[in-house]
Structures are given as C-alpha cells and as structure tokens.
Design a protein around this ligand. Structure first.
Ligand SMILES: [Zn+2]
Ligand SMILES: [Zn+2]
Length: 401
C-alpha cells in the first residue's frame, strides 16, 4: 500500500500486479493474477491500464495473458492518449507491437501531441517497431481474398490459409530468400498463381482507395507479387527440365525452391547479387502507378550514379532509412536481422538457422577459408576498395614530415 499520504484507488492485488510488472517479475505476476478480483480492466492512479504497463515493459507473456483475459486495448484514462501500442513502440518490443495489432488496436491513433505509435517508435530509434507497425494490415481486410467474387469459381486464397496469407503479407524482411522460405513454411507454394493474383489486386485496391492511400504498402504488394511470379517461372522451368524424372517420382516437386534460392544468392566476382539486382530493377520499372511519389523516388535512386544495391533502395523506400546499419548483423542467406547462429568454422558470417546456412553454403564455402584466415590473423576482413594512390602519397608525406 502506498505510504505517501494519498490513498490509492487500487486494492492490494492490483498494486502488487503493477509493481511486479515494473520489476519484470513475470512469474510473480502470473501467480498473482489468479487472485485478482473484478477483471483486468482497471487503471492505476495515473490512469494507465495494466495492459499499457505490460506493453511499456515489453513483456510479451504478460501482454498475451492480459489479452486472453479480455483486456480492453482501448482503455486509457491518463489524458495523454497513449494507447498500449504507443507504449509498446517505446519499449522497442516488436513482438508486443504485433500482439496488440493482432488484437485489433488502431495503429493510426494519435496521442495528445499528435503522434502515432509508429512516429513515437521512430522518435526513440526503435526502427524494427516502426517497420512492424507500418507493414501491418488487418487480417480482416484480407478476408476479401478468401471469398468468391464475380465469375470466380474458387477464391484466390483458400479460407484455411488466411492466417498464413496474413503472416506472408505482413513480413518486414523483403529479401527474396526470406519471402521464398516464408511461402514454403506457410504452405503457400501450392497456390502461387492465385497468391500472385491476390497481391496484384491488393496493390490496385490500395492505390484506388478514395482516402488514406498507402503507396508504400501498394509498392510492397507489387514487389511481393513480383517475387511470387519469379518463383512460378522457376517452377515451370524446373518442371520442364525434370519432366521424365517427375513422372517416375524422381524429383521432389519443391526442389525448385533450392534452384531459386541459389539463383538469388549467386554472387558475381565482386560479391554482388546479379539476379536480385536485375529482378528488383525490373519489378520497379513495371510498377503500374507511374505518377506516385514512391515510384518516382525509387526510379530516381535506381538511376543515380553509384547507386546502392536495388534491394537496399527498395528496402529503404518501403521501410524507411535506418540510421546505422551494421550489415554483419544480418543473416547471410535471407537478410533476417539479429540471427542466432554463426558459421562454426570462420564465425564471420551469421545465419537464422541450419537451413539458411545450408542454402548459402555453395557460396560461402568459397570465402570461408579466407575469412577464417583473416579471423586467425586477428584482423577483420578489409573492404576490398582499390587503393587511392594520391591519398597514399598524402599519408606518406604526412608521416615523413
Ligand atoms: Zn536466414
Ligand atoms: Zn564460414
């Protein structure tokens, strides 16, 4: 009980629950929840709900428990109009942002200083939260594609795949390998043509909205549809090449995934991904809405002298620029952030898991011994920039002065 003179409106259990959350004592919080009388929809003396507290601490377990127990995502009485999503965005926990979005929270709500949750996240540099929120689409808005319209005899997306489709569409990582592995793990490979149609429609629908057009999402849907189209093309080529084998059951029908991933990851002599560069540029050129800002922006950047890789331009256009990007903290195979595993030999490259490592090995096996030698020599791999002789002369002049 508070001893500062002001008597709290809350009972002892409610106070202790908030205290345990603030100390991130999740087990203690769970144990105490059972003793709570009157449900989880109460606010503390400042008007902040317990769900807002859990969100602010980025405590995904507590958030899930509270949501399961019927926590009201719109409950707040503290006057500053921060939703739990604003608090989650400040915590930097993308998982909690996602839980709240899935629970139906409105990402466009503004607080008392007219900022959305995504803007607050950007303000404190929680870029992954910005991306999670900006890439989000409500699952209910995708139900349209699981229904029959007009002359259709089957829906684009079978209703049982709605959840998978939603996960596929809200993915933040735009690397073609991640998109491919997602399509595979989500069971979407068997509906590639319809998946492509749905994405093309989503792009058109987004651009034809009467208000709140989100060009970034429209471009993203176009891009996802494009990569799905590339997968279809690869599958056709693969089938044609393995016709006889397939008839006697020789080739696995998902082997085209391997072919596609290797096509994506194949580096040229300069370590650049030629196929990705070509495909992303082609995709950008074919965006059907030429007048919009994102198209012009991407086209201008692709056309610039010394342009960065097209995939980087696309990623920045859709997800916004990140302040500092340490490329070594991405999976070498699929571009996922903060991967868990390292190559056990050289420890110089990282992967999400064994599958990502396996898929990249055909390229990495060429550089692994060299990277290992560099690590053993106690030096990080030096960037292979050509030596600027005039700069070298200047340095030498300084040294001998
Ligand atoms: Zn990966
Ligand atoms: Zn290695």
């Amino acid at each position: 009980m508070s001893e500062d003179g002001k008597k709290s409106q809350l009972d002892e259990v409610q106070l202790m629950l908030i205290e345990r959350l603030s100390k991130n004592d999740t087990n203690g919080f769970k144990q105490l929840l059972g003793q709570l009388k009157g449900g989880v929809n109460f606010v503390d003396d400042s008007g902040m709900s317990i769900l807002a507290h859990a969100s602010f601490k980025g405590n995904k377990e507590a958030v899930q428990l509270l949501l399961d127990m019927g926590a009201d995502i719109n409950l707040n009485q503290h006057g500053a109009d921060y939703t739990p999503l604003h608090f989650a965005a400040l915590s930097g926990n993308t998982h909690v942002c996602r839980q709240l979005l899935d629970a139906g929270i409105n990402p466009n709500s503004i607080n008392s200083v007219s900022r959305t949750a995504s803007q607050m996240a950007a303000f404190v540099g929680n870029h992954a939260c910005v991306e999670t929120i900006n890439n989000y689409v409500m699952r209910s808005s995708l139900e349209y594609y699981t229904q029959l319209h007009g002359q259709q005899t089957e829906p684009h997306i079978p209703p049982v795949l709605l959840k998978a489709f939603h996960t596929f569409v809200t993915e933040i990582n735009l690397h073609p390998v991640r998109i491919t592995l997602n399509a595979q793990s989500l069971g979407l490979l068997r509906i590639l043509p319809n998946l492509r149609k749905a994405l093309v429609l989503m792009c058109e629908k987004e651009m034809q909205k009467s208000h709140d057009v989100n060009e970034l999402l429209a471009f993203k849907f176009h891009y996802l549809g494009w990569i799905v189209g590339e997968l279809m093309r690869c599958e056709e080529q693969f089938k044609a090449q393995h016709k006889e084998k397939a008839e006697d059951g020789g080739a696995n029908k998902n082997d085209f995934i391997e072919v596609f991933v290797k096509r994506v990851l194949k580096e040229n002599k300069l370590g650049q991904l030629d196929y990705v560069e070509f495909t992303v540029r082609e995709c950008a050129r074919e965006f059907p809405f030429r007048e919009c800002t994102i198209f012009r922006q991407i086209a201008a950047q692709l056309g610039a002298k010394d342009a960065p890789p097209a995939l980087v331009i696309l990623r920045n256009a859709i997800n916004g620029m990140r302040g500092f990007v340490d490329e070594s903290s991405y999976c070498s195979s699929c571009g996922q952030e903060k991967p868990d595993k390292k190559c056990s030999k050289c420890k110089a490259v990282q992967y999400c898991d064994r599958e990502c490592q396996r898929l990249h090995w055909f390229m990495h096996k060429k550089s692994c011994p060299r990277l290992l030698a560099a690590v053993l020599a106690g030096a990080k791999e030096q960037p292979k920039a050509p030596i600027d002789t005039s700069e070298l002369h200047e340095e030498l002049a300084k040294l001998s002065a």
